[in-house]
Design a protein around this ligand. Structure first.
Ligand code: GLG
Length: 822
């Protein structure tokens, strides 16, 4: 028999002719459709299957390499992933976009229409999930073997529609049109226990061991989605777990005629991976959420152990096979679960298991917000995970001894560091567990990492300063520039060569072109074309007609008070009132574009959305401001829509209160596409401003330390309200009932600002308006604006997620990444 080599594992090649034939084969044979009857969605599925062959062939070869070479692999544990549509990304990475366009064009099918058919997997809330997906992309690109482990939610983040100006949530049915990208790994299933109790027993070496006797066992089945890299044969795997009942029926109940009870367990088991919790940065101690976290983490660790065995590794050297990253505290239970697997199931001694655990895990913190910190009531925790509670007590006991040695007679410190919060009701603190179980702890931007050490993790930083590090976030230039902005990609390819998406340090070579009038003209043309496309989409989705030559002022991200979409609105309304007062007021034409989802239970965030739409209803109709102001709420902000919005942004609004936004990544995406930023010194804005130059960034607002000082001194929003007449006029206008047709509609927003203003909008209002004034002035000088835009792109190379991933590889995971070219 002939040996099967990688090259003959695929039926067809990648010429246009090959691709067309495979496409038609798939249409007819896999989907059962004759070409004449095929819908656009059939075309999408047939093309996806065609491309998938090549992707999967790469993925299995790449995986095999990892097994054979016994390399240390990276496991990225994340409760959320937001990959976005896959098809176009694979075409780019496989280098077959043009051949595919030709293949389809030859039979009268437009590739762009086919691409538009793809539904994205919305398996995350926002930045944290999208970061995980950028990192899988970059891991593949820098040729590191990795698996992103998570949950295959049947229903991801809700679909947002705007009805009568309000957010209405719809169920996300991302799987209903079929998912051609995943492979259900029938052979890979893990059992996960819940509840019950523990018992001790004596093994044949006379050692006392613990056995967990659960009250229920659930099965996790693996679904794999390969993630290709750019210019690399390596693929990452996104391995998501779906929960199933171990037995489909309770046959005993079934035989007794109790049909309801017979299916009950099946339904309960499947519920576990049913739906994503739609809260971003808000912890609610729901039992199902804890179960979800344990479910995917346990499946992942069991799977890693299986792979260790498969590559001939040793359990006692688990950390040599795997570097496991905790993406926030959602998978932090993994620290106790690995201990359980090593000690209870693989009979390792506690101290050996602990050494392995600490060398294996590292932890990324993504937020300083106190309401995001996960803690579980001890009782709830113990009822779901009785063995893990014992293990956590065991870890805590030894850990607190270590603290006592380092800081004798410091009970307050001991209480703060303890894995158990004992103030009043007792809680298990997941961030503390993550810190104790990890050898490295990092924040996601320089400022955030500093603040972490000073605030929420200060006691850990004092105990283990060497554990702390920073890795500033990055974003993939493949999806967010090459795919999202083909016009810009064309210019970059011409100036920098075809390989630019694999090495963003080359962007620096654009700098001299900022002074070249011809290049500036081309740059403007590309930007205008992007804005025209977005304008058409806005009209299609909202009915609002906007002018592409106006300044597109964009704030797209989750709706949250700390991100201060309402500060942006105060500016919009102040401009509106200025024009009403003085029709000749020097206001440059602007289109304000908002987008983002509010957590369904977040009252004020939903009111803020309504305030955007009510402002739009007023402003967009008013002939007095026609041609100067438009306000749009772009519904259902997700990765797919984002790819249309970022390249059309002139101004990127990054206006969170300093010290609140850990990093932000939308800020990077817009600047990389040529937007100028108006922003506070918060998160990665600080580093973006350093990179692009203060003169190419509109800075305003209090610094993080000024914020602390102001709050400590007793902040009084009323004093700002009283001393600034424009601010007063704007707030009074909102309070007057002129918006939305109901005088009480925005009372809660106004009251919140006047009596408390927790995110200091009033304190930053004047500085924000001044910065916006500077924006308007620079916009008036189109050459100067364009130069700044070019320089933004030229200097943003550092914010590629390839750079971030190389830093993780070097400083945290200790694995070799393909070096960057420069
Ligand atoms: C968090 C933070 C963002 C950060 C992102 C990725 O709020 O500032 O950019 O993680 O690290 N929940 C989030 O989106």
């Amino acid at each position: 028999m002939n040996a099967i080599s990688p090259s003959n594992t695929i039926r067809t090649g990648t010429s246009a002719e090959n691709l067309r034939q495979a496409f038609l084969d798939n249409l007819v044979c896999a989907l059962g459709r004759l070409p004449n009857y095929a819908s656009a969605h059939d075309h999408y599925l047939a093309l996806a299957l065609t491309v998938r062959d090549h992707v999967v062939a790469r993925a299995v070869q790449s995986f095999e390499q990892g097994v054979v070479k016994m390399m240390r692999r990276v496991a990225y544990l994340s409760a959320e992933f937001l990959p976005g549509p896959h098809l176009a990304n694979h075409l780019l990475n496989l280098g077959i976009a043009e051949a595919t366009r030709e293949a389809l064009g030859g039979i009268g099918i437009d590739l762009d229409r086919v691409l538009a058919e793809e539904e994205e997997p919305g398996l995350g809330n926002g930045g944290l999930g999208r970061l995980a997906s950028c990192y899988l992309d970059s891991l593949a690109t820098v040729e590191v073997q990795s698996i992103g482990y998570g949950i295959r939610y049947e229903f991801g983040i809700f679909d947002q529609v705007i009805r009568d100006g309000w957010q209405v949530e719809g169920t996300d049915k991302w799987l209903s049109g079929g998912n051609p990208w995943e492979i259900h790994r029938l052979g890979i299933a893990k059992q996960v226990k819940f509840g019950g109790h523990t018992e001790t027993w004596t093994d044949d070496q006379g050692r006392t061991r613990v056995r967990w006797v659960p009250s229920i066992v659930i099965k996790g089945e693996a679904y794999d989605t390969p993630i290709t890299g750019y210019g690399s044969g390596t693929c990452s795997l996104m391995r998501l777990w779906k929960s199933e009942a171990v037995e489909s029926f309770d046959f005993e109940a079934f035989n007794h005629g109790d049909y309801d009870r017979a299916v009950e367990q099946k339904v309960d088991s499947e519920n576990l991976s049913k739906v994503l919790y739609p809260n971003d940065e808000l912890h609610r101690g729901k039992e199902l959420r804890l179960k979800q976290q344990f479910f995917f983490t346990s499946c992942a660790l069991q799977d890693m152990l299986r792979l260790v065995a498969m590559s001939g590794g040793k359990v006692a050297a688990f950390d040599e096979s795997w570097a496991v990253q905790l993406n926030d505290t959602h998978p932090a239970i993994g620290v106790a679960e690995l201990m359980r697997l090593l000690v209870d199931e693989h009979a390792l001694e506690w101290d050996d298991a602990w050494a392995i655990t600490q060398k294996t895990f590292s932890y990324t913190n993504h937020t300083l917000l106190p309401e995001a910190l996960e803690k579980w009531p001890v009782e709830l925790f113990g009822s779901v995970l009785p063995r893990h509670l014992e293990i956590i007590y065991g870890i805590n006991h030894r850990f607190l001894d270590e603290v006592r040695t380092a800081f004798p007679d410091d009970d307050a410190r001991l209480a703060r560091l303890s894995l158990i919060d004992e103030h009043g009701a007792r809680y298990v603190r997941m961030a503390n567990l993550a810190c104790v179980g990890s050898h490295k702890i990092n924040g996601v931007a320089a400022l955030h990492s500093e603040l972490l050490k000073k605030t929420v993790l200060a006691d850990f930083a004092a105990l283990w300063p060497e554990k702390f590090d920073n890795v500033t976030n990055g974003v993939t230039p493949r999806r967010f520039v090459a795919l999202a902005n083909p016009g810009l990609a064309g210019l970059l390819e011409r100036e920098l060569g075809a390989g630019w998406p694999g090495d963003l340090s080359c962007l620096g070579r654009l700098e001299p072109l900022a002074a070249d009038p011809g290049f500036r003209r081309e740059w403007r043309e590309v930007r205008l074309a992007n804005k025209r496309r977005l304008a058409a989409l806005i009209q299609e989705r909202t009915g609002i007609v906007v002018t592409p030559d106006s300044l597109f002022d964009v704030q797209v991200k989750r709706i949250h008070e700390y991100k201060r979409q309402h500060l942006n609105l105060l500016h919009v309304l102040s401009l509106y009132l200025s024009i009403k007062r003085d029709p000749d007021a020097g206001v440059v034409p602007r289109t304000f574009i908002f987008g983002g989802k509010a957590a369904p239970g977040y009252f004020l965030a939903k009111r803020i959305i309504r305030l955007v739409t009510a402002t739009g209803e007023l402003v967009n109709q008013d002939p007095d401001v026609a041609g100067r102001l438009k306000v749009v709420f772009f519904p259902d902000f997700n990765v797919k829509n984002a790819q249309h919005i970022y390249p059309a942004a002139d101004l990127s609004e990054q206006i969170s209160l300093a010290g609140m936004e850990a990093s932000g990544t939308g800020n990077m995406k817009m600047s990389l596409n040529g937007a100028l930023t108006i922003g506070t010194l918060d998160g990665a804005n600080v580093e973006i401003r350093d990179a692009v130059g203060a003169e190419n960034f509109f800075l305003f607002g209090l610094t993080a330390s000024e914020v602390s000082a102001l709050k400590a001194g007793g902040y009084q929003p009323q004093t700002y309200y009283e001393s600034d007449s424009l601010l007063r006029e704007t707030i009074d206008f909102i309070a007057s009932g002129a918006l939305g047709g109901d005088p009480d509609l925005f009372r809660p927003v106004v009251d919140n600002l006047l009596h408390g203003d927790p995110y200091l909008l009033l304190a930053d209002f004047r500085a924000y308006l001044d910065a916006q004034q500077r924006v308007g002035e620079l916009w008036g000088d189109s050459d100067a604006w364009t130069s700044s835009s070019i320089l933004n792109v030229a200097r943003m190379g550092r914010f590629s997620s390839d750079r971030s991933i190389r830093e993780y590889c070097e400083r945290i995971w200790n694995v070799n990444a393909k070096p960057s070219q420069t």
